[in-house]
Ligand binder design. Structure first.
Ligand code: 9MR
Length: 601
């Protein structure tokens, strides 16, 4: 009699005097934005409600919305970049562990979320595990990769010296072997500059929280050895990096790449010739920094990894010496292509200023060797600027190291420490300034210029800068708490408290991105993308850059689509995932001393 079940129900409801949307809206409201994973019991807890929410109140309920456990008042109305109105629901005082939803009577209800200790541990594990899925030259077996198991791609044992990279000992066409490493991003190439900041960030995480990583396992083939899994993962890429140095002169090839990007195919189907191209000053200095740091870190694992720490230091010093002789050898892809064949059109990671790479390399070499010649070779503090780390800007990585290790350094560096500390703390103060009044109440997005290609890494790197400040100040002061809360606000941003409503991490949250620009995720025929990957995130210029159809946003904070063609807003990359790993793992490591939970992990 009734055409559909829905029509039948509508009539019944009419009889009962109910509106259909009261029954049919069994879906969480897109207008409530929050960290879709959850919160620490005694940590800050916030949601953002879009629109007027004129009643001005909200509730926390059980997931079935039957039992109200907490009632609160929404903040005053704020304006997002788009002009949309938001109000903040702050329920930090609610501390009982459990699973809840947040209800705003006029708006709807949120996705369910946890309040519990160690709430971000699975994310920290997942985010580092994503590097296992990015491994080159090895089978991913079901034991470690589950449904994302796949055959090895790119043995990389027959790599050609590109004419741009030819030297007396290695003329063009010479074959070298440079296996392993991680795929850079959604593409299958391997770039030293980007590997540099990635490995530097992960090693810094280890140096900042060594104890935490003794019991942190990610189910990788090396999990049963004597080395923490985080370091085993780093080692997969480090061994590749070592093979990118010309043993004759110490210079480091800028990248190992196909001439052009592969199609959206699985790695084992991508079998084009690969080359190493010209050596560059930025790649070589980043390499020197990373190897010096690795030598320090792996120096504690001499028994398990004999010779490694020494080899890293030798490689770092050789790279430094090459750099002194070749300071002007920048990578210029277009110029290279005018001179040499085949043309190479993959990621260029071009950077016209190596002053920050010099600072980072000098700081790491000095911190490892204590040889003051490195400290004085470069003007480490050329000005008072504190640029947020990104692949072309690595100055702060050097500063973090000098601050972290200050007590082990010579008096020469120690005398600069008070100033350095002031700058790092001042940088954090600038980051938090005004964040409390933002539409999403996050540090991320205070400025529209935060929404660049890879903006998620801006959020995560701001979080690291705040944690660095937290580590430098007296932890009992209100400021220390403020730095941590603000770092957490940016993790909340990444997991859903943002203008797009997505969790930017695959596999985490109720509305995670599903279609990253990531070749294996597109080509493997599995609905769920490879987990633990961080999407680049909103990018004001994305429509112009990737020309993917479907952008409708008018403001930078919303300029994002969850589509595989959107490589300027929805690609993934190793240098974006690393600060996410840092942020999630550091907060986990700190949660007890921060008073966010009384449970120990
Ligand atoms: O992260 C890089 C971003 O800062 C640049 O604006 C962009 C365009 O040059 O390239 C990004 O890096 C890409 C690299 O060139 C190739 N692999 C994928 C990287 C992420 O999109």
């Amino acid at each position: 009699m009734f055409a559909t079940r829905k029509a039948f129900l509508a009539v019944i409801l009419l009889v009962l005097g109910l509106k259909t949307n009261q029954v049919f809206s069994q879906q969480a409201s897109e207008a409530i934005r929050l960290n879709q994973v959850g919160f620490y019991p005694k940590g800050p807890k916030m949601a953002v409600v879009l629109g007027d929410a004129s009643g001005g109140s909200f509730q926390l309920t059980t997931p079935d919305r039957k039992k109200v456990l907490f009632t609160g008042k929404l903040s005053e109305t704020r304006l997002a970049l788009s002009g949309k109105k938001t109000r903040i629901a702050d329920f930090s005082t609610f501390q009982t562990p459990g699973t809840y939803v947040l209800v705003v009577p006029e708006t709807g209800y949120s996705y369910p979320f946890f309040v519990k200790a160690n709430v971000h541990r699975p994310l920290a594990i997942g985010a580092i595990k994503s590097y296992y899925y990015q491994r080159v030259s090895t089978d991913l077996t079901p034991e470690f990769a589950g449904q994302w198991s796949r055959p090895a791609g790119h043995p990389d044992t027959r790599i050609l010296i590109h004419p741009s990279a030819a030297s007396a000992n290695r003329p063009a066409g010479t074959v070298i072997s440079a296996p392993r490493g991680w795929y850079d991003a959604g593409d299958y190439n391997k770039y030293i500059v980007n590997s540099g900041i990635t490995v530097g960030t992960l090693l810094s995480l280890y140096e900042d929280f060594p104890t935490y990583f003794q019991s942190f396992t990610t189910n990788i083939p090396e999990s049963s050895n004597q080395v923490p899994d985080l370091l085993d993962e780093v080692l997969w890429n480090l061994r590749w990096m070592l093979a990118m140095q010309d043993p004759t002169d110490g210079g480091v090839y800028h990248k190992l790449t196909n001439p052009s990007f592969d199609g959206m195919i699985m790695p084992d189907k991508a079998t084009k010739d690969r080359y190493v191209v010209q050596k560059s000053i930025t790649a070589t200095l980043d390499f020197a920094a990373v190897m010096a740091q690795a030598s320090r870190v792996f120096g504690s694992y001499k028994q398990a990894l004999p010779g490694l720490a020494d080899s890293c230091l030798t490689a770092a010093v050789k790279a430094w010496e090459w750099s002194k002789k070749n300071p002007a050898l920048f990578y210029r892809q277009n110029e290279m292509n005018q001179q040499f064949d085949p043309d190479v059109v993959t990621g260029s990671y071009e950077d016209r200023d190596a002053s920050d790479e010099w600072i980072w390399a000098a700081a790491e070499l000095y911190a490892t060797t204590k040889n003051e010649a490195y400290y004085t070779a470069v003007n480490l503090f050329p000005d008072t600027q504190m640029p947020l780390p990104s692949w072309p800007q690595v100055r702060l990585l050097g500063y973090y190291t000098l601050a972290r290790l200050t007590t082990t350094l010579t008096p020469l560096a120690q005398k600069d420490f008070p100033d350095l500390k002031k700058r790092l703390v001042g940088f954090a103060d600038n980051l938090i300034q005004g964040a409390d009044r933002q539409a999403y109440q996050t540090v991320m997005g205070k400025s529209a210029s935060d929404y660049i290609w890879g903006s998620s890494s801006v959020a995560a790197n701001q979080g690291i800068a705040l944690i660095q400040a937290y580590r430098l100040v007296d932890r009992r002061t209100p400021n220390a708490q403020k730095y941590l809360q603000s770092a957490l606000s940016n993790l909340d941003y990444l997991l859903g408290r943002n203008a797009t409503g997505y969790s930017f991490v695959t596999g985490f949250g109720s509305k995670p991105i599903m279609n990253p620009h990531h070749r294996p995720s597109v080509a493997d025929g599995i609905t769920a993308p490879v987990p633990g990957l961080l999407s680049g995130g909103p990018n004001g210029n994305a429509p112009r850059q990737d020309k993917c159809a479907g952008y409708t946003a008018t403001s930078a904070d919303e300029m994002f689509i969850d589509a595989a063609c959107s490589y300027a807003s929805n690609e993934i990359a190793i240098n974006w995932n690393a600060p996410l790993v840092y942020l999630a793992a550091a907060l986990e490591a700190i949660q007890t001393e921060a008073g966010y939970t009384s449970e120990k992990k």
